[in-house]
Design a protein around this ligand. Structure first.
Ligand code: NAP
Length: 285
């Protein structure tokens, strides 16, 4: 029951109305009998500073940040965890008695989702995309021992700048266009799609087709709506092992849950709640 002691967690982003994080976290709070509630607030870029001030003043337990605020939020916080510092982006904030500390639990979510397989870390990995999720993927792959990363992106300049960033950390990197990436995928044993290609409503799109995907590769699609994307279907047909973005969503959420509540998150319950919310959203459309 919501009462005067209920702690608030929330999501801020623009837009937020398709997020399933409220269903995922509220189901987990109920499961553990925690007096917390999670809401989603649509906050435009010019409103971010006021929103963060308000959340600090109101004493929220913490919040998630999504597009387009993951980088700008960093200037508005008091402290950064090394996960956020390294990735150069924040997706989770914890309110430590008025001091706001930023974390990047996307990095943890990607690492945790990939750890279920024995990883070919001595081989080249490819990341498709060069935005915030690509940055989190790079840190996760470096943490997992990968040393050679190819970045394929629609805007080549952005891919080159991420490749330079990887090289500045002492690793090997290369950059190419999406078209070239299609040809070079055969030399990569791990591919992460960090673009919205294939996301609802464009469910027939895929960054790679069956004949471009090596049979002995692992394919992680960060897109989670739908949970089984065209890319994952093509990868399965090619004989590759696949991981849905739903796993990353759940693990990044579970880590945020633990940071806010100090309790281990009920992972299965969160996965079910997220999948149910996606299905219900589908039914409403
Ligand atoms: P972002 O910072 O806006 O970056 C988007 C990237 O995708 C850019 O590299 C962009 O290329 C590329 N892109 C966008 N539309 C494209 C199109 N139509 N064709 C080809 N490339 C396109 O976004 P982000 O935060 O990195 O998120 C990327 C995806 O990851 C989203 O779908 C997001 O939902 C997903 N994600 C999932 C999780 C999870 O928990 N599963 C977590 C984080 C993100 P340009 O550089 O050319 O603009």
């Amino acid at each position: 029951m919501i009462n005067s002691c209920t702690r608030l967690c929330c999501l801020i982003g623009h837009p937020v109305k398709h997020s399933v994080s409220p269903q995922m976290h509220n189901t987990a709070f109920r499961e553990l009998g925690l007096n917390y509630v999670y809401l989603a607030f649509d906050v435009k870029e010019e409103e971010l500073e006021d929103a963060v001030k308000g959340l600090r003043t109101l004493g929220v337990a913490g919040f998630n940040i999504t597009i387009p605020h993951k980088i700008r939020i960093m200037q508005l916080l008091n402290k950064l965890d090394p996960s956020a510092e390294r990735a150069g982006a924040v997706n989770t904030v914890v309110n430590e008695r008025g001091a706001l500390k930023g974390y990047n639990t996307d990095v943890y979510g990607i690492e945790r989702a990939l750890r279920r397989f024995r990883l070919p870390s001595s081989e080249q990995a490819m990341i498709i995309g060069a935005g915030g999720a690509a940055r989190a993927s790079i840190i996760a792959l470096l943490n997992l021992g990968f040393e050679k990363i190819l970045i394929a992106n629609r805007t080549l300049k952005k891919a080159q700048s991420l490749a330079d960033w990887i090289k500045s950390m002492g690793f090997s990197a290369d950059a190419c266009s999406l078209e070239e990436g299609r040809r070079r995928a055969e030399g990569c044993k791990l591919v992460v799609n960090a673009t919205p290609i294939g996301m609802h409503p464009n469910v027939d799109e895929t960054p790679l087709s069956r004949d471009e995907i090596p049979s002995d590769s692992i394919i992680l699609d960060l897109v989670y709506n739908p949970p089984r994307t065209k890319l994952l279907e093509e990868a399965e047909k090619a004989g590759a092992r696949v991981i849905s973005g739903i796993e990353v969503l759940v693990y990044q959420g579970a880590e945020a849950f633990k940071l806010w509540t100090g309790r281990e998150a009920p992972i299965e319950i969160m996965r079910e709640a997220a999948l149910r919310a996606l299905q219900e959203g589908e039914a409403e459309r």
